[in-house]
Design a protein around this ligand. Structure first.
Ligand code: COA
Length: 184
């Protein structure tokens, strides 16, 4: 018996509108923790836009364009993912790209309060756009971009926490430690 519903993973038909989601963040830089969330979101939804936003209290380490390029390179193996950046409100960007949900990773109890507040604020601003939380894998929960930048700034072994393009970019930033990005 034919299936009642068929779910398009990377395409769409007129009767099955694409379910586009935005995964926003600072991604300064993208880590293997983020990638794990992207891979899982890409299996759940038709299209995932990984979008670099501006956090008011964070001074950027990598430029916006560089972060977007690193995301695009690191996610090149996932066909229904694209990288972007936005200025202004995340919810406006979601509307612009026709997103139906925002995906956020929820790492630990400490993430809950700010995420809860942001989800409610976004819901107030645009009730039709949901926030979906994914719990990162246990071995990735402690990873954060600033932690990786700190390890790299001291010449430490950060490599297993980031995708290869990010590792090369960080090595280039600290040639005194890593020899200008020629190492694996
Ligand atoms: N794996 C690894 N690290 C993760 C992670 C995961 N799965 N999930 C979160 N993190 C880390 C990030 O690396 C980051 O670490 P850092 O603080 O060391 O850089 C930290 O968790 C949280 O950052 P992130 O998820 O990137 O969010 P953010 O708080 O930096 O930025 C924006 C949130 C960009 C979405 C937000 O500031 C924004 O869009 N601002 C625009 C204005 C707006 O719309 N605000 C919301 C109003 S309701």
């Amino acid at each position: 018996m034919p299936a009642k519903y068929t779910l398009a993973v990377s395409g769409s038909t007129a009767s099955q509108p694409r379910y586009v989601v935005v995964y926003p963040g600072s991604f300064d830089p993208i880590t293997v923790g983020h990638i794990e969330i992207v891979e899982r979101a890409a299996k759940l939804f038709d299209a995932v836009v990984v979008a670099v936003g501006h956090h008011p209290s964070k001074t950027g380490f990598f430029k916006f364009e560089e972060r977007v390029a690193l995301i695009a390179e690191a996610c090149a193996h996932i066909p229904n993912v694209r990288a972007a950046h936005y200025s202004g409100l995340m919810i406006d960007f979601c509307r612009e790209v026709g997103a139906r949900a925002i995906v956020r990773g929820l790492r630990a109890a400490v993430d809950f309060e700010p995420e809860f507040q942001m989800a409610l604020a976004n819901r107030d601003l645009e009730p039709s756009i949901e926030t979906v939380f994914l719990i990162p894998a246990p071995d990735k929960q402690f990873i954060s971009s600033s932690l990786i930048r700190e390890i790299a700034s001291h010449g430490g072994p950060f490599h297993r926490f980031v995708p290869a393009p990010v590792a090369r970019a960080l090595e280039r930033r600290y040639p005194q430690h890593y020899g200008g990005g020629e190492q694996a």
